[in-house]
Design a protein around this ligand. Structure first.
Ligand SMILES: [Zn+2]
Ligand SMILES: [Zn+2]
Length: 639
C-alpha cells in the first residue's frame, strides 16, 4: 500500500501494482477520462507509471497548465506515425510543441505538399480510432545507442538526451520513437487536430546541414477550441496591419528610405495626430510637462548613460561633427535628465513629470523587421517622473490610472506582470525590495490582478509590464513602468530636501502606448481597420446619386466640415453602387447617399459600416449624434 497525497491535501491508500491512471480512477471516473498525464512530486510523467512509494500527485488534464502541450506533443508523434506509414523512407528527427501547436522535422526526399495534408490527417484519424496505448520502454544509454544505430538523427538525439536511461515510446503497429515523454495514455487522446503548413528547416538550424521538411500542426482538446483557433487565424490574416495598412493607405516602407523606417501616409498621419493630441491632453490634465529633445547627441552622454558600454550593438554608427562623435538617440532619458539638471531643484518642485513623444533609433536585424511592429526608428510615448521616495507610491498610482484610461479608451483589456530583481543587478537588495514593493502595492491598491515575472526586471530597475489583449484575444507587448534605482547616481541628479541636504530623487521611466508605430500597427489589427469614429481619417462621405443633387451634397459636406467633422464628397459620374463599394473598401464609418428626396427634406440617408441597414435622419440630428460619438470616443456607430 502506498499513500498518495492529492493537491487538496486528501490522502488515498493505493493498492500495490497500481498505476497513476488507477489513482485518477479512484479520485473519479470523470477525472480519469480527462486525465492526460500526472505531476508526481513536481515531475510530469505518463499515467501508466506505476505507484511504488508514497507520492504527491496532481492529475493533468487539457485544462491544466502544460496539459495542452502534452496533448500536442503526443499529436506530433501520431502525425509522425502517419507520415512514416505513408512514406516509409521517412527519417524522423524531432517533434516539439510551439505556440498553439507543434511540428515534426522529417528527412524525406519526396516533398510533402499541402495537397497531402488531408491524406496525412486521414491516416492520423485511423491511428486515433485504434486508440493504441503509448508504451514507454527504458534503455541504458549503451542499449539505446545500439538500438538506433544507423539513424544519424536518433543517434544525435540519444547523445543529446540527459540522464542514464533513455526512453522510447511505441504506439500503433510497431511504430516507435525515441522520446523523453511524457505523452497522453493512448492515441485516442490527442484531441482535435489539423496540419497547418510545411516549410524547410535545417537540422539544428545549421545551414551547412541538410534541409529537412518541417510539418506544422495544431491540436486542441475540443472541436470548438480547434474551430475557434482556425477562425482567429483566418481573422488575423485578414486583419494583418501590413495588408490593411496598404488597403487603407496608412503607411508604407520604401527600400530607398530604408527598411524598418515607417513613412506615414496622409491617413496614417492623421490617425497618429489624433492619438497624439489625445495623449498630450491627458498628460497635461495630469500635471505632465510636454518636452522635446534632439534626435542626436554626443558620445559624452551615452558614455555617461552606459549605453555605449551596454547597448552599443543596438545603436547606429556615430557621425563625426566638428571632431566629435554624435549618435542617433536610442532612448529619450538623458535629454530629460539634462533638463532636470539645468536648474537646482527643491523638494517643493517635486514631483516633476516630463513626457515626450520622442523618436528613437535602434538597430534590429533585417530578418526580424515586421511592418509597423518591429522597426528601426520609432516614437516612444515616453515619460520620466522625478519624485521623492515618499511620493513614489502615488506616482505609480497616477501612471496605472493613466495607462488604464488609455487602454480602455482603445478597447483593450490587459494583463499586468511584476518583473522582479534579475540575477545581475545594480544597487542594493534593500533598494530593490523597496521599489518592487511600491510597484506591488500600487497594483494591489487598484485591485489589479498581476503575475510575478521572477527575475524579469532590467538590471537597474524592477518594472510593471503590461500585455494588451486585443479583440481576437491575442497578447501584445504593451507599456512598461520602471522604477530606476541607478540613473540619479549616474547623472548626479539631486534635489534639496526639507533638511536642506541633497538627495537623490526616484526616477520612473514609463510608456503608456509603447511606441506610436507599434501601437497603431496593433490598433489596425485590433479594429480590423474599422476605426471608431473619433479615429477615422474620413468619418463620413457624401455620395450623390446624380449630378442633380451635387449642390445639396456640397452644401452638406461644407456644413459637416464647419462642425469639425471629417467629411468627404464623391460627386463622380459613376453609379452610386460603385461609390458605395469604394467607401466600403476604405472602411468608412458612414456613407451618406443623397438623392432628390433628401435634398427636398434636408435629410440624410446614412449607411452605417458593418450593417446592411441605412437610416434616414435630419442633417442636424446626424451632426449632433456625430459630435457626441467623437466626444465620447465610442466604438459604437449605431444611430
Ligand atoms: Zn514524445
Ligand atoms: Zn527613460
Amino acid at each position: 500500500m502506498a499513500k498518495v497525497t492529492l493537491p487538496d491535501g486528501k490522502v488515498l491508500d493505493i493498492q500495490d501494482n497500481s498505476t497513476l491512471y488507477n489513482v485518477a480512477e479512484k479520485i473519479g471516473a470523470g477525472l480519469a477520462k480527462a486525465a492526460l498525464a500526472a505531476e508526481v512530486n513536481g515531475q510530469v510523467v505518463d499515467l501508466s507509471t506505476p505507484v511504488t512509494q508514497d507520492i504527491k500527485i496532481n492529475i493533468i488534464t487539457a485544462k491544466s497548465p502544460g496539459g495542452l502541450e502534452i496533448l500536442r506533443h503526443s499529436c506530433a508523434h501520431v502525425m509522425a506515425e502517419a507520415i512514416y506509414s505513408l512514406w516509409p523512407s521517412t527519417q524522423l528527427v524531432y517533434g516539439p510543441t510551439v505556440e498553439d501547436g507543434f511540428y515534426y522535422d522529417i528527412d524525406l526526399d519526396t516533398p510533402i505538399r499541402p495537397e497531402d495534408f488531408e491524406k496525412i490527417e486521414k491516416k492520423m484519424a485511423e491511428i486515433v480510432e485504434k486508440n493504441q496505448p503509448f508504451v514507454r520502454k527504458e534503455f541504458s544509454r549503451e542499449q539505446a545507442l545500439a538500438h538506433v544505430v544507423g539513424n544519424k538523427y536518433k543517434v544525435d538525439n540519444a547523445n543529446r538526451a540527459q540522464g542514464d536511461t533513455i526512453s522510447f515510446y511505441s504506439h500503433g503497429d510497431g511504430f516507435e520513437d525515441l522520446c523523453r515523454g511524457p505523452h497522453v495514455p493512448s492515441t485516442g487522446k490527442i484531441g482535435f487536430f489539423k496540419i497547418m503548413s510545411v516549410a524547410g528547416a535545417y537540422w539544428h538550424g545549421d545551414a551547412k546541414e541538410k534541409m529537412l521538411q518541417r510539418v506544422y500542426g495544431t491540436a486542441w482538446a475540443t472541436k470548438k477550441e480547434l474551430d475557434d483557433y482556425l477562425f482567429r487565424l483566418e481573422e488575423a490574416k485578414k486583419r494583418d496591419h501590413r495588408f490593411l495598412g496598404k488597403q487603407l493607405d496608412i503607411y508604407s516602407v520604401n527600400d530607398d528610405i530604408g527598411p524598418g523606417l515607417i513613412l506615414w501616409h496622409q491617413k496614417g498621419s492623421l490617425i497618429r495626430h489624433i492619438i497624439e493630441t489625445f495623449w498630450k491632453e491627458e498628460h497635461l490634465k495630469r500635471g505632465y510637462d510636454i518636452m522635446y529633445t534632439p534626435h542626436i547627441a554626443t558620445e559624452v552622454i551615452y558614455k555617461k548613460s552606459g549605453h555605449l558600454e551596454k547597448y552599443a550593438d543596438m545603436m547606429y554608427s556615430p557621425m563625426k561633427i566638428d571632431e566629435q562623435n554624435y549618435y542617433l538617440k536610442p532612448m529619450n532619458c538623458p535629454g530629460h535628465y539634462m533638463i532636470y539638471n539645468n536648474s537646482p531643484r527643491s523638494y517643493r518642485d517635486l514631483p516633476m513629470r516630463f513626457c515626450e513623444l520622442g523618436m528613437v533609433y535602434r538597430y534590429e536585424p533585417s530578418g526580424t523587421l515586421h511592418g509597423m511592429l518591429r522597426v528601426r526608428g520609432f516614437t516612444q510615448d515616453d515619460a520620466h517622473t522625478f519624485c521623492t521616495p515618499d511620493q513614489l507610491g502615488k506616482e505609480i498610482d497616477l501612471i496605472l490610472e493613466l495607462m488604464h484610461y488609455m487602454m480602455t479608451t482603445f478597447g483593450y483589456t490587459y494583463k499586468a506582470y511584476l518583473a522582479t530583481r534579475p540575477a545581475k543587478f545594480l544597487g542594493t537588495e534593500e533598494e530593490w525590495a523597496r521599489a518592487t514593493e511600491e510597484l506591488r502595492m500600487a497594483m494591489e491598491r487598484r485591485g489589479l490582478a498581476y503575475e510575478v515575472d521572477e527575475g524579469g526586471g532590467v538590471f537597474y530597475a524592477p518594472k510593471i509590464d503590461i500585455k494588451l489583449i486585443d479583440s481576437l484575444g491575442r497578447e501584445w507587448q504593451g507599456p512598461t513602468h520602471q522604477v530606476d534605482l541607478q540613473a540619479a547616481k549616474r547623472f548626479n541628479i539631486r534635489y534639496v530636501g526639507a533638511d536642506n541636504q541633497l538627495h537623490e530623487p526616484v526616477i520612473i521611466h514609463r510608456t503608456v502606448l509603447g511606441s506610436m508605430e507599434r501601437f497603431i500597427g496593433g490598433l489596425i489589427e485590433h479594429y480590423g481597420g474599422n476605426f471608431p469614429l473619433w479615429l477615422s481619417p474620413e468619418q463620413m462621405r457624401v455620395l450623390t446619386i446624380s449630378e442633380k443633387t451635387n449642390d445639396y451634397a456640397m452644401k452638406l459636406q461644407q456644413s459637416f466640415k464647419a462642425e469639425g467633422l471629417r467629411c468627404g464628397l464623391d460627386t463622380s459620374p459613376e453609379k452610386v453602387g460603385a461609390k458605395i463599394l469604394r467607401g466600403h473598401n476604405e472602411k468608412l464609418p458612414y456613407m451618406i447617399v443623397v438623392g432628390p428626396k433628401e435634398a427636398e427634406t434636408q435629410s440624410v440617408n446614412v449607411r452605417i459600416r458593418g450593417t446592411n441597414e441605412s437610416k434616414s435622419v435630419s442633417a442636424d440630428a446626424f451632426v449632433a449624434a456625430m459630435k457626441e460619438k467623437v466626444k465620447s470616443r465610442t466604438a459604437d456607430l449605431g444611430l
